[in-house]
Design a protein. Structure first.
Length: 532
């Protein structure tokens, strides 16, 4: 049975998916909100936001993600980082999932991954949950009504949380599974209600496909100067380092907050929405993101709320620290309509250094930029995961290892070539600790970070005086208007400079130990930068 406002070119039956109940094609936001409420999946929040919880999975399940081992990808997948699944096991998983889906209602969204028409991917998402359909409709890019009439999916994602995988039968690890099959252009997701799996599976896909076209896929946010897309900045960073917060700058146009491509035409967002963390979100610090939590059809995920007033509690992390909201880019007043920008003029690499060693901003040579890009350093702080009681160094290559199907050097080389071709100034920005490590020092003031970024982006920072950092060899500004000069010299913020030196030595060693794996694959100048 079919239901929905658009008669698709290709129905699910044409894709071999038969025997379902109602199939709802390309429902708009209002209908998806209604469907989700009717199905008892969610609660209607203030302003018409949709309040949902995701059960036991409140984050991604990277250990349950697999790539099907087929001849097409055998020699190009980074198998050390991507778990293989046997093609026969995938076929059994596929058959079992389709059998499980019989008679149930499903929601289909036909969407684009990528704002640049020349490089976008036509993706179909088949979801068991109406709110997942709403989530991905926010997160990817919506075709115009006329485009849907001729839409033929290149890739299909089937997401069925009520399906439980069998580790032995399906060649996976648990009842949760995310399996990418490049030969069949099919992704199967089962056993998890966490909506981020939908978005990140598309990102993983683009991370594999785009390098073949010479396009650099990036786990970054991006913005450009008002009225001047040529002045584009990109912000690499792992979760919690400030990608969403720092790119949402009212004095600049937001291109996107998480995933972008860099082609020979410039920068383009992969997405049509934002997926922002809401823990401790405040109307004062981030008014625009805060405001989305009471806008119509925003998906508010895993937040505690008052049953009677539907008031959200931004401080209660009893469900998870990883509580989030998903909303369309149009809910941010300074967001770009086209989601396109120029070649990045400034590249910012964000890190949260919980050891209190790195300066709040440093300028990198291209070789140093490659070193820090391949390192992808940040640190997990206590409270973010069970059992974390002191800072843990985290090196996630290219600032996004879980989504990298190819070897890191592929992305590193692409970035190196793009910087060489188009010229970009690279900065390392520490949004972590100052005045000591976590527990002793304090978090870098966001006002200072914003002031330093503003000076970097408007070109005034580059004109100032710099000193060489004794530990990492990069350039650090000596004075910046409106920023306490002491902050710029982390050593001087510590009560005991000798303790700083000892900690710095340890951090340099951590970097060196991690980087040893890339040394055989990199150019001489990057190797020199690694040695400092």
């Amino acid at each position: 049975m079919h239901h929905g406002r658009v008669n698709p070119t290709m129905k699910l039956e044409d894709q071999g998916i038969t025997g379902l109940g109602y199939v709802y094609y390309n429902l708009i936001e209002a209908d998806l909100v209604s469907a989700s409420l009717k199905a008892g999946e969610s609660t209607l929040g203030n302003g018409g936001a949709l309040l949902v919880t995701t059960g036991k999975h409140t984050g991604r399940s990277p250990k349950d993600k697999f790539v099907v081992r087929t001849p097409e990808v055998e020699n190009t997948i980074w198998w050390d980082n991507n778990k293989p699944m046997d093609a026969d096991k995938f076929d059994v998983l596929h058959a079992d999932m389709l059998a499980h889906m019989q008679g149930k209602d499903y929601y289909v969204q036909d969407l684009f991954g990528g704002a640049d028409p020349a490089h976008r991917l036509d993706v179909r998402l088949v979801t068991e949950l109406a709110w997942h359909s709403l989530f991905i409709r926010h997160m990817l890019r919506r075709p115009a009504r006329a485009e849907l009439d001729t839409f033929v999916p290149e890739w299909t994602i089937v997401n069925c949380p009520s399906f439980k995988a069998d580790a032995e039968r399906h060649g996976c690890r648990s009842e949760t599974v995310i399996a990418l099959n490049f030969a069949q252009k099919l992704i199967l997701i089962g056993g998890t209600e966490y909506a981020g799996e939908n978005k990140k599976s598309v990102f993983t896909l683009l991370n594999y496909l785009l390098p073949e076209k010479g396009i650099m896929p990036m786990h970054c946010s991006a913005n450009h100067a008002i009225g001047n897309p040529v002045d584009t900045a990109i912000f690499f960073g792992l979760s919690g380092t400030g990608k969403t917060t720092l790119s949402a700058d009212e004095s600049r146009v937001l291109i996107g907050d998480d995933e972008h491509g860099w082609s020979d035409r410039g920068t383009f967002n992969f997405e049509g929405g934002c997926y922002a963390k809401t823990i401790n979100l405040s109307a004062e610090a981030e008014p625009e993101i805060y405001a989305t939590t009471t806008k119509f059809a925003t998906v508010v995920e895993n937040m505690v709320f008052d049953e009677e007033t539907k008031e959200l509690d931004f401080t209660d992390n009893s469900i998870t620290d990883n509580m989030r909201c998903a909303y369309p880019l149009s809910y941010i007043s300074n967001a770009s309509d086209s989601a396109l920008g120029g070649h990045p003029k400034n590249i910012i690499m964000l890190t949260c250094d919980a050891y209190g060693i790195l300066p709040p901003i440093s300028r990198l040579t291209p070789a140093q930029a490659m070193y820090h890009f391949l390192s992808g350093f940040t640190s997990k702080t206590p409270g973010t995961e069970v059992g974390v009681v002191e800072p843990i160094p985290t090196f996630s290559t290219c600032f996004g290892a879980p989504f990298m199907p190819r070897r890191p050097e592929v992305y590193g080389k692409l970035l190196q070539d793009k910087i060489a071709s188009h010229g970009a100034t690279c900065w390392l920005v520490n949004t972590g600790w100052t005045g000591g490590a976590y527990g002793t020092g304090s978090r870098m003031p966001i006002k200072a970070t914003r002031a330093l970024l503003a000076a970097a982006l408007d070109g005034t920072l580059a004109e100032g005086t710099f000193r060489k950092d004794a530990n990492f060899g990069f350039d650090v500004p000596v004075t910046v208007a409106g920023v306490d000069a002491k902050l710029l010299d982390p050593r001087s913020t510590w009560a005991d400079p000798k303790a700083y030196d000892a900690q710095a030595k340890k951090l340099v060693e951590m970097f060196a130990d991690n980087f040893a794996q890339y040394v055989p694959f990199i150019d001489e100048d990057v190797r020199a930068a690694a040695i400092g």
